[in-house]
Design a protein around this ligand. Sequence first.
Ligand SMILES: [Zn+2]
Length: 67
Amino acid sequence: MQKLPKMVDPTSDVGEGVSEADAPTCATCGSSIVEEPTHRVITWIDEGQVRTVHFCDDGCRMDWDGE
Ligand SMILES: [Zn+2]
């Protein structure tokens, strides 16, 4: 038996990551969060709606005092 070479898929994994336009912004300093390792997210339920707030790091999260 002869083994055939594997086909390479040309459409694999091109768009990994988030572009700046799609990135969430920090609720405290307003900077875009693009794959920041320090990214923090808070999610809670407010009158039946899911609310999500993003922060670029713990410092901004601590500085946040609501909307
Ligand atoms: Zn921030």
